[in-house]
Design a protein around this ligand. Sequence first.
Ligand code: AMP
Length: 210
Amino acid sequence: MNIVILLGAPGSGKGTIAGRLASEDANLKHVSSGDLLRGAVAKGTPAGQAAKAAMEAGQLVADEIIAEMIKDVIAETQGDVTMLLDGFPRNVKQAEVLEAINAPIKSAVLVDVPDEIIADRIAGRRTCPKCKAGYHVKALPPKVEGICDKCGTALTIRKDDNPDTVKDRLVVYHRETEPLIKFYEAKGLLRKIDGNQGPEKNAAAFKAAM
Ligand code: AMP
């Protein structure tokens, strides 16, 4: 098993890229920290209850909560698999958790999208609450409006995708997550792609870079 970290702002397309690549290649496994946390919130587990308020406010949940979940997923992933780790680490402390367990990190790929474009992207974002497939009303519309192509479930808008919370999430990204670019650069693991080429080209560029 090895790990490719997806770095990039909320709305940069990390989840879309990882989801698309994993659906095309059985050896790629998409692990999204946001999906793990949303699942825990929906189930009402103790971790979910502890994470809920921070998520709704666009802030990071406590490092320990998400670190335990990610360590579990890493521990149970074996064999000839590349894990596309989307949303973790989100700060240097979380990156150090991966160092401490000697996680086999192959690369960290930055999906680069300017802040000006992010708000628009997130405004059109729709998600399948059941299979987690992601759509965009303009850039990646489902075949039938409002319905997931893959499982037929009605698409939803994430609670934290409202414009005010998005602003807060971008502030958090620049303050907490952006330092990881230097962190992985110093280790010689950083790659960078232009995340503004459309879903198909973004995914191809990511695959070539990772
Ligand atoms: P995402 O789906 O990656 O945009 O994550 C949605 C929300 O889940 C974030 O705004 C945070 O509140 C929380 N979250 C996801 N990943 C992490 C993480 N690695 N550390 C702390 N909070 C996280």
